[in-house]
Design a protein around this ligand. Structure first.
Ligand SMILES: *Cc1c(COP(=O)(O)O)cnc(C)c1O
Length: 447
C-alpha cells in the first residue's frame, strides 16, 4: 500500500517527562486505582519499565530500585515482561493494523487464536467469543446460558448457582456470583440479581471429597434446577475470593449433577488457565469438561486486555434455534487484532516449552521457601498448588506494612484480606523464587 501519510505527517512534539513526584500528585488527584478511594490514600510506586521478572521503579522504594514481580501482574504476565517473542508479535501486527471492527469483517489474528483455543481446550468446546476483559467474558457466558434456556422454551431458568468464596469479576452479573460476604461487592448485595449459593467447597486439593458436602451440593442443585440456567465456578482454585484450593472431585460431582438435572456448567478459568495450577486448564485435574468456559488474564501473556468465552456446539446450536437466533453481544473492540496476535504468540510460546516442568519447579521452590512461614506467629495456613503460593494469616493483613516488608526484600507483592500470596511468572529463576519466598515470609511477619 502507498503511504497515505507520506506528504506532510504532522508530528506532535514529545511531551516533557514528569518527575516522579509530579506524576504521583496528578495520579492522586485524578486517577482511580483498583478498589481505591478518590483522591487516593496510598502512595502507589511509579514503575518506569519492566523486563524479565523485574519491575524498574522511577525512584527507589525501601532502598530498592528493582522489584521481582511475585504477582505476574495479577496472574497475567506468565512469560515475564518485555519478552522478545511477544514484542515481535506486537510490532508485526502493529505494522499491519492494530484494530478493525469485527462486525462484517474478520482477520487472521482472531481466527488463528480462536482455532488454537478450540484445539487446546477440552474437546466439546468448539465456539469462541473474543471479549475485551475477563468480566465481560463472564457476562457473555451468563448471557449464553440464559439465552440457551430461553431458546429451549424455558425462560424461567435464569438464575445462577455457585459456591461461596468465588470471584468472577466486577461487572454486574459476575458480581452477583462473587462471594456474597466479606467480598469486595458486599455493598451491592441488595441490588444484584439474587443467585443461589452453596457453601464453599471444603478445603484441600488432595482431600477426599466430603460425602456430606457432596450430597448437600447435589440437593441444592436439584431443588433449584427448575429456575437455574447454569452452575458457575472457578475450578480447583478460588482466586481473588480467598485463594482456596479444593478437590477436583467436586467438579465431577457438579458435572454429573448438571447433566442429570438439565443445568449448564460454566468453568471460569480466567485465573487458573494456561498452566498456573499444573494442568493447562484446571478442569484437567478432574477430567471433566464444562459447557461454557472463560479464559483471560494470561491469555495475552499480560500484554493487552483480552478474554474468551468458549462453548459447546450444543449451547451454540441451542441459541441459534431460538426465536432470537443470535447472541446479542458485540463489543467495539471485539477480537482486537493486536491483542489476538500477541495471545497466539503467547500460547505458542507456552506450549513450545516444558511449561509443566517450569510450573512444577516453581511449586517445589515455593513449597520449600514458604515452609518456615508455617512456624510464624499469626500464620493460620501455608499452601502451594502449581505455581501458586499462599500464606494465610489469622488476622486481616496490614497491607501497607506487608507491602513495605516485601519491597524491602526487593519483591512486589499485593497482600489482601488475610492473605499474603504469590504466583510468579513461569520464567522466574530459582534464586528469584527464593527471594520471593523470603519476601512473603517478611510480609507475613510484619503484616
Ligand atoms: C480476574 C478474574 C475475573 C475478571 O477478569 P477482569 O479481566 O479483571 O475483568 C473473572 N474471574 C476470575 C476467576 C478472575 O480471576
Amino acid at each position: 500500500m502507498p503511504d497515505p501519510y507520506a506528504p506532510a505527517l504532522p508530528r506532535p512534539t514529545e511531551p516533557k517527562p514528569y518527575a516522579p513526584a509530579e506524576l504521583r500528585a496528578l495520579d492522586r488527584a485524578h486517577v482511580w486505582h483498583p478498589y481505591g478511594p478518590m483522591p487516593g490514600r496510598q502512595e502507589p510506586l511509579v514503575v518506569e519499565s519492566a523486563s524479565g521478572v523485574r519491575l524498574r521503579l522511577a525512584e527507589p522504594a525501601e532502598g530498592q530500585r528493582e522489584l521481582v514481580d511475585g504477582m505476574s501482574s495479577w496472574w497475567s504476565a506468565v512469560h515475564g515482561y518485555n519478552h522478545p517473542v511477544l514484542n515481535e508479535a506486537a510490532r508485526g501486527q502493529l505494522d499491519r493494523m492494530s484494530h478493525v471492527m469485527f462486525g462484517g469483517l474478520t482477520h487472521e489474528p482472531a481466527v488463528r487464536l480462536a482455532a488454537r483455543l478450540v484445539e487446546i481446550t477440552p474437546e466439546p468446546l468448539q465456539h469462541v467469543f473474543l471479549a475485551d476483559s475477563g468480566s465481560v467474558s463472564v457476562e457473555v457466558a451468563v448471557k449464553m446460558c440464559l439465552q440457551y434456556w430461553r431458546s429451549a422454551g424455558r425462560p424461567e431458568k435464569q438464575r445462577l448457582l455457585t459456591w461461596r468464596g468465588g470471584y468472577h469479576g466486577d461487572t454486574w452479573q459476575p458480581m452477583s456470583v462473587c462471594d456474597p460476604e466479606g467480598g469486595m461487592h458486599e455493598l451491592w448485595s441488595g441490588s444484584l440479581p439474587r443467585q443461589v449459593f452453596a457453601d464453599a467447597p471444603p478445603d484441600g486439593f488432595d482431600a477426599e471429597p466430603d460425602p456430606a458436602y457432596t450430597t448437600r451440593l447435589r440437593e441444592l442443585i436439584a431443588r433449584h434446577a427448575h429456575e437455574v440456567a447454569a452452575v458457575i465456578v472457578e475450578p480447583v482454585v478460588q482466586g481473588a475470593g480467598g485463594m482456596r484450593f479444593h478437590s477436583p472431585g467436586y467438579l465431577r460431582v457438579l458435572r454429573e449433577a448438571c447433566d442429570e438435572l438439565d443445568v449448564l456448567l460454566v468453568f471460569d478459568e480466567i485465573a487458573t488457565g494456561f498452566g498456573r495450577t499444573g494442568q493447562l486448564f484446571a478442569a484437567g485435574h478432574a477430567g471433566v469438561s464444562p459447557d461454557v468456559m472463560c479464559v483471560g488474564k494470561a491469555l495475552t501473556g499480560g500484554y493487552l486486555t483480552m478474554a474468551a468465552t468458549l462453548c459447546t456446539s450444543r449451547v451454540a446450536e441451542g441459541i441459534s434455534r431460538g426465536e432470537v437466533p443470535v447472541l446479542a453481544h458485540g463489543p467495539t473492540f471485539m477480537a482486537n487484532p493486536l491483542a489476538a496476535a500477541i495471545a497466539s504468540a503467547s500460547v505458542d510460546l507456552l506450549l513450545g516449552q516444558d511449561w509443566a516442568g517450569e510450573v512444577a519447579r516453581i511449586g517445589t521452590g515455593l513449597r520449600s521457601g514458604l515452609a518456615e512461614a508455617a512456624e510464624l506467629p499469626g500464620v493460620a495456613d501455608v499452601r502451594v498448588l502449581g505455581a501458586i503460593g499462599v500464606v494465610q494469616l489469622d488476622h486481616e493483613v496490614d497491607m501497607a506494612a506487608a507491602t513495605r516488608a516485601a519491597v524491602r526484600e526487593g519483591v512486589w507483592l499485593r497482600p489482601f484480606r488475610d492473605l499474603v500470596y504469590t504466583m510468579p511468572p513461569y520464567v522466574t529463576g530459582d534464586d528469584d523464587v527464593r527471594r520471593i519466598c523470603r519476601a512473603v515470609c517478611a510480609a507475613a511477619r510484619e503484616g
